[in-house]
Design a protein around this ligand. Structure first.
Ligand code: SF4
Length: 246
């Protein structure tokens, strides 16, 4: 049987700009395609004909690899980025869990970093997560506020996902802006607390220029509210945008 293939947007080494491991050096594997269509999404919707590979980190010089790619091709490109000096390999997107057959073949070829495999996911595909869970070390999971993302609610999917993911190093990310609905934020907190005392990152919507769409008073208010129920709650914007990193 032939290897599964996957469409990728880019492969590069850079600095994690979001969440509780912000600042860590990672290799990023950005998959094309997503099962959602959030209004604030900054990932192209169309599958590119080529995957960009930045062979020299930070150079902005890209080698174009024709899509789709095999796990063996991707593993080779990652090996050339020196995984041993990296915190982890970030599977990001798009939604990487749309490509579980590919990941089942790829991940066993990759385990060479300091902290393993870091999955960035929208947290809506629990069945797919279950398939690759033993191969993943860290999970950065979104809970989508339907009013902020302008999508249908995913509360059931998030609940099932959280229950599976809680056995890993897990944190939840909540993208909020000035108009996020208090009742949706409360519902997200209810959901997290029903599963455990999981670290939470409140992430203000950040423009490509690095400006956030959340006033300081609101950020403080939401953090206070969450800290009444959870131990570790941080407000962190998308820092890579104002640092100028990919
Ligand atoms: S889940 Fe992420 S990649 Fe998918 S549409 Fe929303 S922001 Fe974009």
């Amino acid at each position: 049987m032939s290897s599964p293939v996957a469409p990728l947007i880019e492969i590069f080494s850079s600095i994690q700009g979001e969440g509780i491991w912000v600042g860590c050096r990672q290799i990023f594997l950005r998959f094309a395609g997503c099962n959602l269509a959030c209004s604030y999404c900054d990932t192209p919707r169309n599958t590119p004909r080529h995957c960009r590979w930045e062979a020299r980190p930070g150079s902005r010089e890209f080698i174009l690899l024709p899509n789709p790619l095999t796990p063996q091709e991707v593993a080779l490109k990652i090996r050339k980025l020196n995984p041993a000096i990296h915190h982890s390999i970030s599977l990001t997107g798009g939604e990487p869990l749309l490509h579980t057959s590919f990941l089942l073949e790829l991940i066993p070829l990759l385990k060479e970093t300091r902290h393993g495999i870091y999955l960035e996911t929208n947290g809506t595909l629990p069945d797919s997560l279950e398939r690759i869970l033993p191969l993943v070390d860290i999970i950065a999971m979104d809970i989508k506020l339907p009013g902020t993302a302008n999508i249908e609610p995913c509360w059931q999917e998030h609940r099932a996902f959280l229950k599976l993911a809680r056995g890993k190093y897990l944190f939840v990310k909540l993208v909020v802006d000035e108009d996020s609905k208090p009742e949706e934020i409360e519902r997200a907190l209810d959901l997290i607390c029903s599963v455990g005392d999981i670290p939470l990152v409140i992430q203000p919507v950040t423009t490509p220029e690095g400006k956030t769409r959340l006033k300081p008073e609101k950020a403080i208010t939401w953090q206070s509210r969450a800290l009444e129920r959870l131990t570790d709650v941080r407000v962190i914007p998308q820092t890579h945008k104002f640092l100028g990193h990919l």
